[in-house]
Design a protein around this ligand. Sequence first.
Ligand SMILES: *Cc1c(COP(=O)(O)O)cnc(C)c1O
Length: 470
Amino acid sequence: MRAHPAGPRHGDVFTPGAVPRMPAGVNALEPGIWPTSSHRASGGSLVVGGCDVRRLAADYSTPLFVIDEVDFRGRAADFRDSYARGPAPATVYYAAKAFLATTIARWVEQEGLGLDVATGGELAVALAADFPPDRIIMHGNNKSLEEIETALRSGVGTLVIDSVPEIDMVSAVALRLGVTARVLVRVTVGVEAHTHEFIATAHEDQKFGLSLATGEARDAVARVRSAPALHFAGLHSHIGSQIFDASGFEIATSRIADLAAKIASDGASIEELNLGGGMGIAYTSLDDPLGVPDMAAALERIVVKSCERAGVDIPRLSFEPGRAIVGPAGITLYQVGIVKPVELDNGLVRTYVSVDGGMSDNIRTALYDADYTVVLASRESSAPPQLCRVVGKHCESGDVVVRDAWLPSDLAPGDLLAVAATGAYCRSMASQYNYVPRPAVVSVREGATTTILRRETQADLLALDPGAPS
Ligand SMILES: *Cc1c(COP(=O)(O)O)cnc(C)c1O
């Protein structure tokens, strides 16, 4: 396990001598964080996918999610190719929950990936995009009978069994429909991984999956195998998110291989092993995730080694990255409103920069204490940098987009800010808190734009209220 690079912690950044990292220049676009096509135009504004952000803001208003199509497709193709090499070629499913719309489902389909859905809603979007159902895997710790039925009727390729009662539910629905459901059994292996740290325990205290430690997973496999309308295809494990190296996967895989050996002694083989998603990305220059080919090669070695040690055949592998495909491809554009210097107890000043969105379009800062990279996007500036906190417009002091950021001291209302790596878990987790309509999502490519999701309107929100005049 590598140590996390030493960096400033929140809270000490305004103490002289302990200032946070200072970018090479406030105008610089740090490599590996922005969509691959990003650059500054000669006039200084940010250009993504050949589109000037000032034009995008004028045409679509702000806040606005912008997704670089070439970047998204490139990352999807990188996963497809990197994970297809070696003795255990893998299927890659894009995890829809990171962000899904019909356009995204079509890109995923065209790049040859499968799709991981977790609810009837995500499944409906996939089906609306004519995504081949046999390439869909369906998750969920509390699938309704209706969701199971829709999945089986529409020909979803694989269902992931998450609990003992669900075995009977899926079996009963499959019997009634006269189909055989192909299922994986989700195992909790007692490893929880996050960036450079993982915690390995015997038992796992969370809602997903069937316990390996108590024997519940092995029993569940036996029960699946004796159910008339189920085909036991293998095992599933998802250990966490924003994982930077393979060490957590190594323990998980080793434990799963031991389980596979026990299942083999019960007379069943593991045709497919799905190791989930969670591959990390760089939100700031402090983040250093393994590249896609390196992570793929490391996981491959781990699987081969674990299976050989446990004396089981190497199964077909599958993975479910979400964030690592769509996260870096997306940015958010905001317009600056009020800029308010606030004097702190230590006499220093923190400049609060309010933008026209906030926790309703990016809950990750409030929810996970996530960090982001932000730049002045509508122009360059030669003004000296000042320490800022980029905040939203919601009635909540925790409504922070970027906790500590260097921005030029001539920042003014009307300027555009761009926040990097917001493609995943921002629009998909968006709310209409304070009746703020959710932003549009547009894709950019070679100077052209496509609306992926239109902006919600106040009329959309009022339409839910039968008491409002229509
Ligand atoms: C969330 C999730 C994923 C995707 O996680 P990322 O961090 O976006 O790669 C994949 N599989 C399962 C089961 C998940 O819950």
